[in-house]
Structures are given as C-alpha cells and as structure tokens.
Design a binder for this molecule. Structure first.
Ligand code: KIV
Length: 295
C-alpha cells in the first residue's frame, strides 16, 4: 500500500469550502512530531513558541533561524506523512526579500518544511508575494503576533474596537491577496475572527480566536501540560497532564535507585559460572560482594 501523502494547500482550501475543520498542533522534535502524526493531526507547526516551551526563553524573540532549521528537521523525521509548517523567526524577513527568501530556503531545503509562517499583515504582503511567486506556500499570522509583543505591550486580545477590527480585516485581505494559503488568527475576538473567516476564501486557523475559524491550533505543551510551571490560559483546553506524570515517574525512579529496588532481577544480564570462575577463580554462588570488592 502506498504511504499516506501529507495534506496539501489545495485540499485545505477545499476543506474550508466543505466545512471540514483543520486541526493543527505545534511540535518541536522527533517524538512530539511522531505522536502528533500518529494522532492524525492535519498540520504540524514548528512554531517559534519553541523559545518559550522548549528552550526556556521568556519570549520567541531569541529564537534563531538555526534553531528553527534544527528543530524542523527533527520534526520532519518524525512526521513524514504530515504537512509541516515552520515559523520564520524574529527579524529574519524584515531586512529585504532576498534575506527572507534565503531563510525560507533553509527551512524548506534543510529543515524539510512544506510551508512557512510569517507574522504580520499588510506590511509584509510584498514579502509574502515574493515567497509565493518563488513557489513557497505561506501561512500568515495576525492578531496577537508574539514577535511584536514588546510593541503591542503584552499578550493582549486583538479586535476589541472597530478600528482594530478594520485593521485586522485589512491585514487578512492583504495576505490573501498576496497569495497566503491560510492565516493564523491569534487572540482575536470571536466576532472579528468570524467576520474575517467568512470574508476570506482561504482557511483561518484560530488560537484564542473563537469557534468560527476554519481550524484550530494549540501548542503541544499546553495541550499536554508538559511543564512543571503550567499557567492556565482561558483559550487553551488541556487534554492531559504529562508534566505531573513525568515528575512522578522520575521521582519514583530516583526513589528506587536510592532504595536499590531498581534494577531488580528482571533488568539484569547474567554470565555463566565459567566466566566468573575465569575472573575470580570461584563460581558466582561462592562469591560474596566483599570478596569481589577486595580483588
Ligand atoms: O509559535 C507558535 O507556536 C505559534 C502558534 C501559537 C500559532 O505561532
């Protein structure tokens, strides 16, 4: 039987037309990607949230292109049959189209991403257009754009007043017009996200943007509470508590090592008496720990 083909951007548009929701989750390494693929997610995003949830930074700003290439490549090894989108990190697509295309080339050729995501609206439309012209599927990202968090003044909900709603709609249309195959709407009021979704022909994928988007995306570590200092977020639903399970399991392991109850008989490899005889001149049954250590 032929291996399953990843979803593609033509099918994604058709899914919007048919009212079939798109599921997207972030992943950053081989095991997370593999598990996401086995769980039949439609799209994996190698998000620059990598900075927060994997690398221990307090924002996405320190994440580099090298970080993204390295992690995208690991994800691609783990999810060979899933459509993979990789984030272009902070300030890698603002100094000119040539620089942007070089970064995108690395994410796709070295990282093996199928598509890239860029944060921003009308102001990056020319870059999106150039990438699309070069044959690159581009996912837009508007609303709360974490790379601009210092400019926005924190993680604030977007689209709360008429001017903001109009700006978001303008940005969404500019990205669609530039050739983006879809747009992530992050922390956008439900009504504004719904209006953008119905106005566009390309799918919207929401995170904290309500129930009417064409798809939803969540961060892997949020879905699973995969951290010891998980901060509940209203727009996130947690489906597991892996952090607690990991802590308990490691704690139990440490305890058993300290009590010498691990390893037990079923975890050890044994040698024939002849081997022990050759080493110590006695068979194992005659050997005591004291005699062994005094050798
Ligand atoms: O980096 C990321 O994980 C993202 C999602 C929150 C959409 O951009």
């Amino acid at each position: 039987m032929a291996a399953a083909q990843p979803l593609n951007i033509v099918k994604m548009k058709k899914m919007k037309q048919d009212g079939i929701p798109l599921s997207m989750i972030t992943a950053y390494d081989y095991p997370s990607a593999r598990l996401a693929e086995e769980a039949a997610v439609d799209i994996i995003l190698v998000g620059d949230s990598l900075g927060n949830v994997v690398l221990g930074y307090d924002s996405t700003i320190p994440v580099t292109l090298d970080d993204m290439v390295y992690h995208t490549r690991a994800v691609a090894r783990g999810a060979e049959h899933t459509f993979i989108v990789a984030d272009m990190p902070f300030m890698t697509y603002h100094s000119g189209i040539t620089e942007a295309l070089q970064g995108i080339r690395r994410l796709m050729q070295e990282g093996h991403a199928h598509a890239v995501k860029l944060e921003g609206g009308a102001e990056i439309a020319d870059t999106v257009r150039a990438a699309v012209k070069a044959g690159v599927p581009v996912l837009g990202h508007i609303g709360l754009t974490p790379q601009s968090v210092n400019q926005i003044g924190g993680y604030r909900i977007q689209g709360k007043d008429a001017a903001d709603a109009e700006r978001l709609m303008r940005d969404a249309k500019a990205l669609e017009e530039a050739g983006a195959f879809g747009i992530v709407l992050e922390l956008v009021t439900e009504e504004v996200a719904a209006a953008i979704t119905s106005e566009l022909k390309i799918p919207t994928i929401g995170i904290g943007a309500g129930r009417d988007c064409d798809g939803q995306v969540l961060v892997y570590h949020d879905v699973l509470k995969y951290t010891s200092d998980y901060m509940p977020k209203r727009f996130v639903k947690t489906y597991g508590d892996i952090g607690e399970q990991i802590k308990q399991s490691i704690g139990q392991y440490v305890d058993e090592v300290k009590k010498r109850s691990f390893p037990s008989k079923e975890h050890v490899f044994t040698a024939d008496d002849s081997v022990i005889q050759a080493l110590y001149g006695k068979v194992a049954s005659e050997k005591t720990p004291e005699k062994v250590t005094s050798k």
